[in-house]
Structure formats: structure tokens, C-alpha cells
Design a protein around this ligand. Sequence first.
Ligand code: FES
Ligand SMILES: [Fe+2]
Length: 300
Amino acid sequence: MLDASRSIGAKPRVFWVEGRELVAWRAGRELHVSPNACPHMGASLAEGTVRDGRLVCPWHGLELGAEKHGAWCPLAAHDDGVLCWVQLERIAEADTIDPPTPRPILAPRPSEFIDSVIRMEADCEPRDVLANRLDPWHGVYYHPHTFKRLKVIGVESGRLLLRVVYGITDRLGIEVDATFHCPDPRTITMTIVGGEGTGSVVETHATPLRHGRSAIIEATLATSDRPGFRRALRAAWMIRPFVLRAQRKLWAEDAAYAERRYALRSGRVPAAGRALKPPPEEPLADAPSAPADERSDQGN
Ligand code: FES
Ligand SMILES: [Fe+2]
């Protein structure tokens, strides 16, 4: 998972995924993703331009497209209309028991929706992002500005079911029932199954970037069966900034939660009742030693 579909345009853009530096660009509407280092001398292709759908290297003008060029090999990319994806291994070359699927596995999305996508980075691993999302109990304590009441009802068919009241004002809130489940190991999908906005979906994706660094990409697909929703769709550009602001506020806090969890797991901060281990003592091998006869004089 890279970022929102609307965030990748004709201008090439660099992304890190699992320690690889990639460049994404579009030829018309078609999404392309490939290594960012030029196969000639390694220039950053993200600093190049796109001409007639081909990526032009900024150093010596090599033009690259959908075909392989030496060690430079474009990757399979997919734009699902809301989010852009890349597959690091080509399916034919993958030699795994559980081969990659040709398309991302997504939970059902509403047919009409207002989408908003945030992307932020944090010092943690994807499992810390998922752990935060699978801990609904923190909501009312850690985000009291948003969640007024929250009750975990139980687990049904591998889905966590809860009832939550979103605060509109101090006294006014909206009660909804929502499920949480993981369609793949790096995604959690929240689906509203009862109350206002039934059918709306929030997809939270965690992408490993480099060691100890992850991207959190969250897509909200809001829908409603209210008669005015068609008008709201036309005004999506006005509504989207408010949704984005609310998403960013929650994820600024949740990224801190994930970072704290990673710091504990990786031993950079001590858990309760523990202390940090002192660093190993430096050997004194380089310290100048006194000549043998001087040493024998010491203490006389
Ligand atoms: S480094 Fe790209 S063409 Fe030379
Ligand atoms: Fe949270």
C-alpha cells in the first residue's frame, strides 16, 4: 500500500516499501511503480519528469516505461480507485507456499461513498499499528474528545463487535455498532453495521518502510442511506477536509501509542518493574600501557 489514488499524479513520487526505494508515476491514468534508482548510474528517477507516459531520468535522459531495462524491473501496481498498491514480487517469480494474490484482498466497500485518505509515518512496525487498532478499549480514555461511550459486545465470526458513541458536542453523540476484522495481515477494516452511516468502512493499512519505520494509511469511505446523501456526494470536496482533520487528530495520538509500544518491545524504554540494561563496557585495548620496568616501580 502506497497512498491515496488522488495523491499520485503525473509527477513522479518516491516511496519506501520494505527497505526498497520505489518511484510511482502515471502514464495517463495508468499507475506505474518501479525501483527509483536509474539503471544507468543510479539517479533518483523521482527527480525526473514524465514525457509521453515514460519516465525520463534527470541525469542523462534515459527513458523508461513498462518494460524491463537491465536490472531495473517495473513492479505490478494496482489502483483500486481509492488507494494505490504495489506488489514487490512478481507472481510468476514468487516461490512461496502462500503466493501473493493478483489483487489486494479488500473487505466490501459501499457502492457510493465520500472517501478521505490520510498517510502518516511512525517509528514502529505494522504489528504495533494493528495492535492499536485491535485495542478498542483505549478509545474512551485516550480519545475522550471523540469517543463518549464504548462497549465491546463480543467476537462473532472472527470479527470484534462493539457499540460506540461518537461525540458531536459535549452533550450530543451518535451511537453506532461497528465490527473490526483483518482481511490481510497488515490491514484492519472497521465496518459500521448499525446506526448512522451503516455500510461505511474505515480501512487502516500499515506498510513497513524501513527497519522500525512504518506508514499508516487510512481510508474512510463514508456512506449513508439518508435522502440528502446524493447532495453530500456532490459537496464531497467541502466535507473531506473535516473528515481528514478528525482522522489526523486521532492518528497523531494513535501513532504515539504505536511508537510507545514499539519502544517497549524493542527494549528502548523499560517495561514496568524493569530497568534498561547498561551498554556493554568498552574494552580498554587502545589505552597506552606503561613499560614493564615502570610498572614494577609502582607502589614503591
Ligand atoms: S543516471 Fe540515469 S541516464 Fe544516467
Ligand atoms: Fe485510537
